[in-house]
Design a protein around this ligand. Structure first.
Ligand code: ADP
Length: 375
């Protein structure tokens, strides 16, 4: 665990960048420092690897003052990733990634092998190994930056706005990749960003800092959205807090209706039975995938014309996606009902806005999220 204990940083010109900050950063999780520009995020991160020394207070790593060991030993335990990746332009990708292993005296072959392994880990085509940074896209360079930071397998990863310079689509890919990597590697990650949505998506814990380097709130993302500590945090979180918070609740407990799901070749009897349960029927193809909605009296047994169905829009994956995703499906659906599918895309049931609303009320009553889910 990293413990920041009453740390203040006053730069020589008198600027107080961080003011009396205390934080406990748990192991094997992503802790995000977020706040407006100039609130002391980078200074805090750099104090952890001693690129900046605190004016007051101490930082402990696993209970020991970080000043107790040589700074090089400390930094070997901490990978560091920055915006624009900070790659050596005159070195190949493989050599960039192998920088720290080489410094540690690993042989050429072992370092190369490690670089190749890491390129695969971070989703880079091994064919890029011999290229130079300028021959890669921004997103690819950022992956190289992550691979380089991971090369000597440090327990701690410090990341300073690592995805800020890439476009939103690439950025989302990098965020997803980081979450996947973290599932595999279980590093202690401290991540700096000014983007609250990135903080909410990536953070196990989120520290919101305000200008002057003071801690405004330290909480789990869902708890931040539920109960911002003050008007500053609330303003920083922005609109749609309630809707965004639904991302933290699963759909595994949502009760689905299966009776209204019929196949395109359903018999008259099957159609009649299905119509008892819902105002609309969901018609599926031979593979079980949803084709579209129909009003019960608009269907002719054995002769359903898929071209005349109402579109069913995007379904949600039952259990894997969040209440937010289910609500979005229902809101966008022409019938007001959401379609649930399994991991293979087969329809497993339908659910009304009313049922989703009840699940939302239950989630609010419960106060805390039940599941960590995506989307
Ligand atoms: P953030 O990462 O949140 O944008 P920083 O930690 O970079 O914030 O900076 C916090 C404050 O400290 C800012 O007001 C910044 O101008 C100031 N600052 C940062 N580095 C120095 C420095 N080397 N000397 C003087 N002031 C600095």
């Amino acid at each position: 665990m990293i413990r920041i204990d009453s740390v203040t940083k006053r730069y020589p010109d008198g600027t107080v960048a961080v003011d009396g900050l205390s934080l406990e950063i748990p192991d094997r999780s992503i802790t995000v420092l977020v706040g407006p520009s100039g609130c002391g995020k980078t200074t805090t991160l750099r104090m952890i690897n001693r690129m900046v020394e605190p004016s007051e207070g101490t930082i402990l790593l696993d209970g020991t003052d970080i000043r107790a060991q040589p700074v090089n030993t400390l930094r070997r335990a901490m990978g560091y990733v920055i915006q624009n990746a900070g790659l050596f332009q005159h070195r190949t990708i493989a050599d960039n990634i192998a920088t720290v292993p080489r410094l540690l005296g690993w042989g050429k072959q072992k370092s190369r092998a490690r670089a190749a392994e890491l390129m695969e880990r971070v989703g880079l085509d091994p064919a890029l190994a011999k290229r130079y940074p300028y021959q890669l896209s921004g997103g690819q360079q950022q992956r190289v930056g992550v691979a380089r930071a991971l090369a000597a397998d440090p327990p701690v990863l410090l990341m300073d706005e690592p995805f800020s310079a890439v476009d939103p689509v690439v950025r989302k890919g990098l965020q997803d990749e980081l979450l996947r990597l973290q599932d595999e590697l279980g590093k202690t990650i401290v991540f700096v960003t000014h983007d609250i949505d990135e903080a909410i998506k990536l953070g196990t814990m989120v520290a919101v800092l305000r200008t002057g380097g003071r801690l405004a709130q330290y909480a789990r993302p869902a708890d931040l959205l539920t109960a911002p500590a003050d008007a500053f945090v609330e303003g920083f979180l922005g609109t749609d807090r309630g809707i965004r918070r639904l991302s933290f609740f699963g759909t595994g407990d949502l009760e689905l209706l299966t009776a209204p799901v019929v196949t395109a070749d359903a018999t008259a009897e099957q159609l009649a039975r299905a119509a008892d349960d819902a105002p609309y029927l969901l018609v599926t193809g031979p593979d079980g995938r949803p084709l579209g909605w129909a009003e019960p009296d608009g269907l002719t047994a054995g002769a359903v014309d898929p071209g005349r169905l109402l579109p069913c829009g995007r379904p949600f994956e039952h259990g894997a996606e969040s209440l937010r995703a289910a609500l979005d499906c229902a809101v966008l659906s022409p019938t007001g009902w959401a379609v649930a599918v399994d991991g293979t895309g087969k329809a497993v049931g339908v659910v009304s806005q009313q049922t989703i609303g009840e699940a939302i009320r239950a989630a609010h009553a419960e106060g805390r999220p039940t599941a960590e889910v995506a989307g």
